[in-house]
Ligand binder design. Structure first.
Ligand code: GLN
Length: 308
């Protein structure tokens, strides 16, 4: 049911205009110095359709810190290579708590509530490392291949900064390890987790990578990575958990499965149609970009691009 005469560029321009009044609203992530220097008013947005069209507005080609959007890629790869056994080690219910919360881990015996909070993403990184021998390498190869951009890389300053300020993540990893739910050394898991969060990529790159889920699990080269059923499941978990304790609000406003990162990016999937990535560094209290959410809200309101 794609509207063939839809003018994507105009829709993107209108989404950018809608976001303009809120750009700079909220706070740039400042838990590490390397992110605190981002321009709070920067904005970019890209759209990659399943038909191969790519459009963008603003700074859509400017690389930014991918952060937790990478958790979507590790999940897809861990499921593709390791299968359903992963779901014995991580749940798939919204947590209702902040992304870096430790609270539920104790009562739930080291089984994180879902793969997108930090606790769950650490388990997913561990699982991916076990099946591939190199979690970071697997994610980097995948993102480079899907985006067609061999320059996607890890920002070593951000990765180092994460490890220097990562007491909370280290606490989560040790707590999970205490329950026997990490199979690799804690330091190895943290190192690969920090590194994949510290990847830098643009809205264009990430929208193209999101094509995997828009095509129901088929990669850019036409090979299948995820079964159609697994792609449906990943999209469902994205919708319910991808924006943490604001997932209800995000579903209400945007109506799409989406994954945010504290670098200010949000990658949203329109199954069967395409993927959208919006970026602006200022965040709401849940750690989701205010400008990106507003732009996606506008885009799905103006177009018929929603799962609802
Ligand atoms: N690297 C960040 C952290 O572990 C990722 C958090 C995020 O983007 N929500 O805290």
């Amino acid at each position: 049911p794609v509207n063939v005469d839809v003018d994507y560029r105009q829709l993107l321009n209108e989404a950018m205009a809608a976001a303009r009044p809120v750009l700079g609203t909220g706070r740039v992530a400042d838990y590490i110095p390397a992110l605190a220097s981002a321009d709070p008013e920067a904005f970019g947005m890209a759209l990659a359709t399943v038909g191969g069209e790519v459009h963008g507005v603003g700074d859509w080609d400017r690389p930014f810190s991918v952060q937790s959007i990478s958790k979507l890629f590790t999940l897809a790869l861990a499921l593709a290579h390791g299968g359903d056994a992963l779901w014995k080690r991580v749940g798939r219910e919204p947590s209702g708590n902040p992304f870096n919360s430790l609270i539920q881990l104790e009562t739930e015996h080291g089984i994180p509530r879902n793969p997108f909070i930090n606790a769950g993403a650490l388990v997913v990184t561990d699982a991916l490392h076990t099946v591939t021998g190199d979690a970071l390498g697997a994610v980097l190869d995948f993102v480079r291949a899907e985006s067609g951009n061999p320059l996607v890389a890890v920002d070593p300053e951000v990765a180092f900064s994460e490890s220097q300020h990562g007491h909370r993540n280290a606490a989560l990893a040790h707590f999970i390890a205490h329950f026997g739910n990490l199979h690799n050394p804690v330091d190895t898991v943290l190192e690969h987790y920090y590194a994949h969060c510290a990847m830098v990529a643009s809205c264009r790159d990430l929208a193209l990578v999101g094509g995997l889920l828009a095509r129901h699990g088929v990669r850019a080269d036409g090979t299948r990575l995820l079964s159609r059923s697994d792609a449906k499941r990943v999209n469902a978990v994205l919708l319910t958990c991808g924006t943490y304790d604001a997932a209800g609000e995000f579903a209400y406003r945007v109506g799409l499965p989406g994954k945010s990162g504290v670098g200010g990016g949000i990658l949203a999937i329109v199954p069967g149609r395409g993927a959208l990535c919006a970026w602006s560094p200022a965040l709401d209290p849940s750690g989701n970009s205010v400008g990106a959410t507003t732009a996606l809200d506008s885009f799905t309101t103006l177009s018929d691009w929603s799962v609802f």
